[in-house]
Design a protein around this ligand. Structure first.
Ligand code: 2DE
Ligand code: MG
Ligand code: MG
Ligand code: MG
Ligand code: MG
Length: 321
């Protein structure tokens, strides 16, 4: 990460200013909430991908790149605000979520505000291609969330559905981030599409990592078992259900269905998943997507920017938070 800060530290700082400026409001309540959001920023991985993807191509970064980076982060923020409403989640980035502090009613409207503020950034600059790239992502994310609600409570969910869900709900935005970054420079349609595919692979690896955290795979004291409590079936559990004995499967299903609020029982499921090789399998899948992303990157000539993107990819799979 230090290497990336050196490479694009100044650009990231400029981006932060633009982000804060872009979400300002003259409605006092909204402005207060925007301050709260700006102060508790996340890892800012997506704007990093936008900026680095732009720098890969000749011409380098420009106003369009900054606008794309701000748009991506604003949309990301909007989707998280809505996601915490959908998931009834009271925490985000180690702080209270918007719905925890201001209730669902306000959180829904804050998400709507951010969504439209973001889209207007491109529209006001007649940047229809970027608008289209990003609108597509938001559409896919909404579909992914609904697919997840429809499918992941089914205890017979298959791997292909899991990958379809995470491709839409998470990877689509990273894919669009990389495409928009490339497009903001001199990249051709083909190059932009390659970068979209690159971002999609990274995004899938990113969500698999998030799902692994829930099984304590990193041993870092992050809360575990939340997905199981919510009966959200992710890859480690899907693998275990498909490869375990009938007795084991029945046992797990019984816990997930009837004892999902019992900490000891949830830990028992986590233990069974670990024993069955569900974690190892999931990790291997994650690395497969990471490597597919890296091989797309390696089609491009070697450079310090390519190196920076490579470390950012490795960060998404090696991170401890
Ligand atoms: C994170 O999943 C995925 C978020 C996508 C949210 C998209 C929405 C669509 P997680 P974590 C709600 C519509 C949004 C609009 C139109 C603004 O597994 O663990 O819940 O970070 O992620 O909560
Ligand atoms: Mg959530
Ligand atoms: Mg969610
Ligand atoms: Mg999660
Ligand atoms: Mg997460």
């Amino acid at each position: 990460m230090e290497e990336i800060k050196q490479l694009i530290g100044k650009e990231l700082q400029d981006f932060e200013g633009k982000f804060a400026e872009a979400v300002k409001s003259d409605v006092p309540l909204l402005d207060r909430i925007m301050h709260y959001i700006v102060k508790r920023k996340g890892k800012q991985i997506r704007p990093m991908f936008v900026i680095l993807s732009a720098r890969l191509f000749s011409g380098g970064i420009n106003e369009n790149t900054y606008r794309a980076a701000a748009l991506v982060e604003i949309l990301h923020t909007a989707t998280l605000v809505h996601d915490d409403v959908v998931d009834d989640s009271l925490e985000r980035r180690g702080f209270f979520s918007i719905n925890a502090l201001w209730k669902n009613k306000i959180a829904v409207l804050v998400g709507d505000y951010l969504l439209t503020k973001g889209l207007l950034l491109s529209l006001n600059n007649n940047d229809y291609r970027t608008l289209q790239i990003l609108s597509m992502a938001v559409k896919e994310m909404s579909e992914g969330e609904l697919l997840q609600i429809e499918k992941t409570r089914r205890l017979d969910i298959k791997e292909d559905i899991y990958f379809e869900i995470i491709r839409r709900k998470t990877a689509s935005l990273l894919a669009s981030a990389c495409a928009a970054g490339a497009w903001s420079t001199t990249a051709s349609e083909e190059e932009t599409e390659r970068m979209r595919l690159f971002g999609e692979k990274v995004g899938i690896a990113f969500q698999i990592k998030d799902d692994l955290f829930d099984y304590g795979a990193a041993n870092i004291g992050k809360p575990t078992g939340i997905d199981i409590r919510e009966k959200k079936m992710t890859l480690p559990l899907i693998y275990t259900l498909q490869h375990g004995s009938t007795a084991q499967r029945r046992h797990i299903i019984n816990i997930v269905k009837n004892y999902n609020k019992d900490k000891d029982k949830v830990n028992e499921v986590i233990g069974m998943v670990k024993e069955s090789g569900g974690i190892a399998y999931t990790q291997q899948k994650m690395l497969q997507y990471r490597d597919e992303a890296l091989s797309i990157l390696h089609e491009l000539p070697e450079s310090d920017v390519r190196g920076g993107l490579e470390s950012l990819v490795r960060f998404t799979t090696d991170r401890k938070f």
